[in-house]
Design a protein around this ligand. Sequence first.
Ligand code: PLP
Length: 614
Amino acid sequence: MDYGIKTWGNDNFFIEDGKVKVNTGCEPSLIEIIQEIRRDGIRGPILLRFPHLIQKQIRMIYKSFADAKKEFGYEGNFSAVYPLKVNQFPNFVKNLVTLGQKYHYGLEAGSKAELILAMAYNNPDAPITVNGFKDNEMISLGFIAAEMGHNITLTIEGLNELESIISIAKDRFGCVPNIGLRIRLHSSGIGIWAKSGGINSKFGLTSTELLEAVNMLRDANLLEKFTMIHFHIGSQITDIAPLKKALREAGNIYAELCRMGATHLRAINLGGGLAVEYSQHKTTLHKNYTLSEYANDVVYLLKDIATQKGVHEPDIFIESGRFVAAHHAVLIAPVLELFSQEYTDQKLRPKEINPPLVQELYDLLGTMNRKNALEFLHDSIDHMESLLTLFDLGYIDLQDRSNTEILVNLIIKKAVGLVADKKLSEILDIQDRVQERYLVNFSLFQSLPDFWGIGQTFPVMPLDRLDEVPTRSASLWDITCDSDGEIGFNTETPLFLHDVDIKNRDYFLGFFLVGAYQEVLGMKHNLFTHPTEATIIIDDDGYSIENILESQSISDILEDLDYDIKEVQENLNDRIEASDIISEKEKKHILGEIYLFLNDNGYLKTINNEDNSQ
Ligand code: PLP
């Protein structure tokens, strides 16, 4: 009933009075925040940002490394940069930069556009690191950043980039960025994002290339600019062991390079990878270590290697993004419909003489009790299969078929209610067979692309009714016209939701930990755009809803695809004007409607009835 909130929630949310509440300040419930936003007429999915959760993650990182440094008497410095690729949305980045100011928290860029952002927003005195493939223009941008006074390190992915740096340094104004070398480790990561490490990875210099790079730098009189080595074994490192192995390898490379005369080499950049616990179930945890364990291991291992090899203890850089960004955003989406909601007994149309199996379904429904519930449920599902075959063979008619569907659904509802308090293992099989489909007003492709792309799961739970036992095994359907837009019921990690009548009562689902990667990877499948977003600031006296940014309108999204929106509008107008099925007055009315549609977003608004707009 708590949807594993203690496992994935990081103490950020808790349940009280049947509602999910935010664990800070005045502790508002998510449902009251959403209802307040909706009071202004906003509908569809809404992404809530909580800046205090960005602050919490940044604070935890710096504190854990400060504690580890103290514990082991470590002499190197600790720095962190936020990799922009994880979430570049302004209402996230601007908050992050402000909140990170006192730590000199920096930014990492992996493209020209991200570098421009870093140059424009990075905190003074905070580092910038640049990774990824670079052409001459991107390298020149790095020089411009250095010329502006930024503390920037360009990390070289291949020797050709180093050649470009050497050549550009000759042509510019004497101010050269720091240079990092990305090392190609033998060690690789673990999990679905492990491809960034290992000898066959896309990035980094081999040992031979490293030696060559040092010689090139020495020959160009730029060895003093070589300050950092960098590696990244993949995002969401689920197990600490591969990281420790990679650290040993990187630490030894660092020591060897220092001993070879890289006099200004001072830092090891571990890249990102700190994992987030996404699991709602204790049996399927997504990581096996804590942040302080990570910090202690990093500091201890690097100290150990430096001592063994007689080199100075390196400064430590990390580029963890997922860990910093994931927690801050929650997507709230209204449930629009329960698939079985239309199956009510009012819709039954019994015949004077029903076919025997249909009559038996009536009897099963009427006589079902707690003791026989599962048996009757099995029987009813078997009967339904037989009745559908009879329909295909022409022995029963559409009305019998409709009665069958309604009766079986009524039996399912009654049975799951009767056995709700039984052990999950006893009823899991049947729950799998009697899933309820919840149609949810969001696009999985836009808001949870990693679920679609690589099967990454995210915690999901209703925002209220948490003091009532959820009885329905749920599969979630999004509103795209694509059957991949579904989070199916999984008996390993089952999701149960409440049996709600959406016509009479709202029911919202929260998708948590969606602040990392999901927003920018989101696809405009079916032309559903980034959802409406709002930033929630909470203190002891109350909360405020700021920076509401409504989801793009249909006009905007068509323009993004390079449609000439005037042409679209003119085509529509001409076709309406030319219609001879409607009157002039009706045409005017329709033109007004079209105008409103074009200027609104494409998520669903009303379903079932006007009063219950979603
Ligand atoms: N640094 C580099 C070089 C990366 O490629 C990535 C992402 O894959 C990161 C940092 C961020 O990783 P994460 O979000 O897992 O911390």
